[in-house]
Design a protein around this ligand. Structure first.
Ligand SMILES: [Ca+2]
Length: 321
């Protein structure tokens, strides 16, 4: 009897222990589920907040584009930098595509000497400059006839297993230059060669927007003279597009600052303009930690201004107004 009672007590204790263990397991599972749900909810909230920040930054960048596209707005206008709240602002840089040279426009018989001069200004020998320009022309002209023995046409590329080259059409992207034979020579001579060219401008060079390096290479002026022109254009603070800037008002003034006269001045004058016609708007919107950049091209010489390109770009770093 005593033995049976002890057995019964043992079974009761074992059953209670199992129930307690099951309850503890259930509590643990429930706790895990609650913690997971809170964590997922927090992540969802953070993502929602980040998404809202990016949307707001994009909205601010669009506000900057809208302001900059107004015909009355000029580079350096204070309206191009606006603080909307303590953590929200936009900043716009106005430029023109004519601040760079349109490479397709240079690939014509008339403009070839200009492109050769740019290459020689980078330290390429005159013979190699002529050869590289001929190779570029072969790349874009419709026929398969080599311009020079040392340029390259379809047969040369085919022998290298590149039967789909040259493209025999105008460049659609500056990256296509990298596909050309001997492109490495251009890259080696001027690693920053892309900053000299565009495919969007009207073919002229905007003396009020171009960098000293581009002005010197395109006109044959010394870099010192081109830098002096940029300093005068920028004003006392030496910053572009600020209030104290003194934009050039005549091509004669630009030529004098560049130290060009006579035949040299006559040759480059058709290339130069005081006002580029393809407006480049780069607007950066900031909302807290979120930033968004929008680059827009606007053509102004066809009656009503027309947007020809709109793209977003990544913005690195932070900046306060
Ligand atoms: Ca060709």
């Amino acid at each position: 009897m005593l033995v049976n009672n002890r057995l019964h007590l043992c079974r009761t204790s074992a059953t209670s222990g199992s129930v307690l263990l099951a309850v503890l397991c259930l509590v643990a599972v429930l706790s895990f589920l609650i913690v997971s749900a809170v964590s997922v909810s927090k992540q969802h909230g953070d993502m929602q907040q980040a998404r809202q920040g990016v949307m707001r930054a994009r909205q601010l960048a669009e506000m900057g584009v809208a302001v900059a596209a107004h015909p009355m707005i000029q580079p350096g206008d204070p309206l191009l930098r606006r603080k909307v709240s303590g953590i929200e602002h936009f900043e716009v840089i106005l430029s023109t595509e004519e601040s760079r040279l349109n490479l397709n426009a240079l690939l014509t018989e008339k403009r070839l000497p200009l492109l050769e001069r740019i290459f020689t200004s980078w330290g390429i020998s005159p013979a190699d400059a002529q050869s590289l320009v001929a190779t570029l022309m072969d790349w874009t002209d419709a026929d398969d006839l080599k311009r020079r023995p040392d340029s390259a046409e379809k047969l040369d590329y085919t022998m290298l297993g590149l039967s789909d080259r040259p493209l025999n059409r105008q460049l659609a992207s500056l990256d296509e230059v990298d596909l050309m034979l001997r492109a490495g020579e251009i890259q080696a001579a001027q690693p920053d060669w892309r900053s000299f060219f565009t495919l969007r401008g009207n073919g002229q060079l905007d003396v009020n927007m171009a960098s000293a390096e581009v002005l010197a290479a395109a006109t044959g002026a010394s870099l010192e003279n081109a830098q002096q022109l940029v300093q005068q254009r920028s004003g006392q603070d030496e910053l572009p597009q600020t209030k104290d800037g003194a934009p050039l008002e005549s091509l004669e003034e630009a030529l004098a600052l560049l130290g060009l006269a006579g035949q040299q001045a006559a040759e480059v004058t058709p290339l130069l303009t005081l006002h580029g016609t393809t407006l480049r708007i780069e607007s950066i919107g900031t909302a807290g930690d979120a930033r968004c950049g929008i680059a827009v091209l606007v053509r102004k010489n066809e009656g009503t201004p027309r947007i020809t390109e709109w793209r977003e770009f990544a913005v690195e770093g932070t900046r306060q107004l």
